[in-house]
Design a protein around this ligand. Sequence first.
Ligand code: UGA
Ligand code: MN
Length: 257
Amino acid sequence: PTIYAITPTYYRPAQKAELTRLSHLFMLLPHLHWIIVEDSNTTTPLVKNLLQRAGLEKRSTQLNIKTPPEFKLQGKDPNWIKPRGVEQRNLALSWLRSHVDVDRHSIVFFMDDDNSYSTELFAEISKIQRGRVGVWPVGLVGGLMVEKPILNEDGTQVTGFNAAWRPERPFPIDMAAFAISMDLFIRNPQAIFSYEVQRGYQESEILRHLTTRDQLQPLANACRDVLVWHTRTEKTKLTAEVALQKQNKHSDAGMEV
Ligand code: UGA
Ligand code: MN
């Protein structure tokens, strides 16, 4: 099946580095179609050129939609006060609902631009059956080494989760912990992301429309393997660059970094 990877992304100094890493992963994955949604008023040449250089122009879609200012994080806000990627993921879902061939099995996966993904994860995602949501462990998230589903004795059903942070959530898992059979989005047009949810409830918000705990499909060696890590990139320090700018100089004059 085709895997549709949905990635919200926004401009900051490390953006090109993050997207280059992802694009090179996708070069290894011919059955993947990348929907990259920029949090901006226009699509940018940075993203367009990057897709071209990775040879992904035929299996990618470049979209854009800006997060409304009232929902955008401000300079000193801690990153957790507002949900990120809501607008962008919803635009990608509406694009998919009107563009995919519903008779063909395909799978949707929401990918942050800064996580670390193994190619092996995508072999697992390909096993997701029509009408189901696949789940697996995610490393380095929620204050734990690994957040993972807990399975029944024969490893076929999810009976719980090991989450330490807000374990009372309907689905106490990270965005990187699941992928969804596309037919579920067609059958459930009300399934979209929302700003009107508590912190950490984005995943539960989308999943509650689509599945129940006992219908989840455990993957990654009965949830014993970690194939994705919720890494986060530190904010780039640019003190010397700012000093240069005061003299009207730029280390990157005429270059794209
Ligand atoms: C965690 C989850 O892994 C995210 O999938 C979830 O959206 C987020 O929490 C949330 O609660 O909203 P975290 O690492 O804290 O992720 O979030 P980021 O990686 O900073 O952002 C998630 C995605 O949204 C990234 O692909 C990022 O590029 C994008 N984003 C972020 C925007 O498009 N615009 C922004 O202003 C900020
Ligand atoms: Mn992230």
